[in-house]
Design a protein around this ligand. Structure first.
Ligand code: ATP
Ligand code: MG
Length: 430
């Protein structure tokens, strides 16, 4: 009997007869030998198939079938320096389960071609590594929040109001009326803190982003939290703990995958809390000192964030933005009401914003005044306003773009690689 292996092959299996199931990653014929590199969810493994061991007929079939055919191979494991993982299987039995001819993905395909064939490209070693990193990130977010007293809950995806401004709302017909896809679950989480105190969610957010950048998707996964009795600094402390926790978990669990993606692990290990904090006005001065064309009052666009964060050696919290460039719900600083008690977390190495957060207005009259200044109708937000009527408390929250984090952490060139099926201005398929 051969043991079925679904783990990475290691010394423990030398001289044992094993069965592996997987897909042909590479194949090369040399006379009466076929070298197959088989891949499965764990890794790749080289296998040598000799014609005399499996018979002429099977050998011919194996020779004909192409890359991505599915096989079950059985044979003895041996050490082999020249094999890609240092081991090789000396095959004595082959079962061809699903043939594959002319697999469309070959070397040097264009980016658009790979996106059109994402359903096949997810099998690549790079995507496999990214998807595993993504798995660990989602797990770590849940672990962190659950271990720190947060309760998971959910807002709806069909909504009737904007959180982040009207220009990026997706409108959908809703039984003869209009609804929108949610841009953020924040307002709903704010309602839930009056029941649960500390809440979080991981849910899709939708943004009709008209600009094409390396950092915007139209549908992304948003990890959001709100906590009663929290001030700006309390929230930042939880966020840096969460970020450091995720990095630690990835280094423990996904070192191999980070190596496949050529990520500098020593750099990731160097990231420690507390993160640097900088007021918006300091950031502007810093940017100007580096020759970046920006002035006080400007919002940071993708280009500015890239230019600025190239000079950072770790994540940086930027706080106290001018009130005009942040949404109405941010709490004005009682010591200087021209700025708000908020923070963005900017990732280094040219990546930029991965978190937006801050303290929320909790006094009714302040909220109503800010809504009036922004031309918003309190009727449209009656339930949000109600929270300031019935037992309001100071509170704060944040939103982490999960793909933004993965994009930075894995050192990817574009955010579209951080999600299995990216949705952008130009793409809704596959
Ligand atoms: P940006 O200025 O980069 O567009 P934002 O200020 O619109 O971001 P927020 O509204 O604060 O972002 O959203 C919270 C977080 O959600 C951001 O810090 C970011 O990580 C993520 N995020 C926002 N928009 C997108 C998007 N289009 N695609 C992917 N992630 C996004
Ligand atoms: Mg935006």
């Amino acid at each position: 009997m051969a043991e079925h292996i679904d783990k990475v092959l290691c010394d423990e299996y030398i001289d044992k007869r094993v069965t592996v199931r997987g897909w042909i990653y590479r194949k090369r014929r040399m006379g009466k030998l076929i070298f197959v590199v088989l891949r499965d969810a764990t890794n790749i493994i080289q296998a040598v198939v000799e014609e005399r061991k499996i018979g002429e007929e099977k050998f011919k079939l194996l020779d004909k079938t192409g890359v991505e055919s599915s096989l079950i191979l059985t044979g003895k494991v041996r050490k082999e320096q020249r094999a890609p993982t240092g081991y090789e299987i000396d095959v004595d039995s082959v079962e061809i389960i699903g043939t594959s001819y002319n697999f469309p993905i070959t070397k040097d395909k264009s980016d658009d071609f790979l996106l059109d064939n994402r359903h096949l490209w997810v099998r690549s070693r790079e995507m496999n590594a990214i998807l595993k990193i993504r798995d660990t990130v989602f797990g770590a977010i849940h672990e962190y929040f659950r271990e720190n007293g947060y309760c998971e809950s959910h807002g709806p995806m069909f909504v009737t109001g904007a959180v982040e401004g009207g220009s990026t709302l997706f409108e959908v017909p809703y039984f003869g009326k209009k609804a929108y896809l949610t841009q953020s679950s924040q307002f709903y989480l704010e309602t839930l803190i009056f029941s649960l105190e500390k809440v979080y969610t991981i849910a899709p957010s939708f943004r009709a982003e008209k600009s094409r950048t390396r950092r915007h998707l139209t549908e992304y996964w948003h990890a959001e939290a709100e906590a009663a009795w929290y001030h700006n600094e309390d929230m930042m402390r939880d966020e840096e703990e969460l970020i450091v926790y995720m990095i630690q978990r990835l280094i423990e669990e996904r070192k191999r995958e980070l190596q496949i993606l050529n990520r500098d692990i020593d750099f990731l290990k160097s990231i420690e809390k507390p993160f640097k904090r900088m007021k918006y006005e300091e950031l502007i001065r810093f940017a100007q000192s580096k020759g970046i064309d920006i002035k006080y009052g400007d919002d940071l666009g993708a280009d500015e964030e890239t230019a600025i964060t190239k000079h950072f050696d770790g994540p940086v919290f930027v706080t106290h933005y001018p009130i005009e460039i942040k949404p109405f719900y941010h709490r004005p600083d009682p010591e200087n009401p021209r700025v708000v008690l908020c923070h963005d977390l900017l990732a280094p190495e040219g990546y930029g914003e991965i978190i937006g957060g801050g303290e929320r207005i909790y006094k009714l009259e302040v909220l109503l005044r800010r809504m009036e200044e922004e031309g918003l109708n309190p009727e449209d937000y009656y339930w949000y306003v109600d929270l300031r009527r019935y037992g309001s408390v100071p509170h704060a929250g944040f939103g982490l773009g999960v793909e933004r984090f993965i994009w930075w952490l894995a050192g990817l060139s574009h955010i579209k690689y951080a999600i299995p099926y990216p949705r952008t201005i130009r793409r809704t398929r596959p």
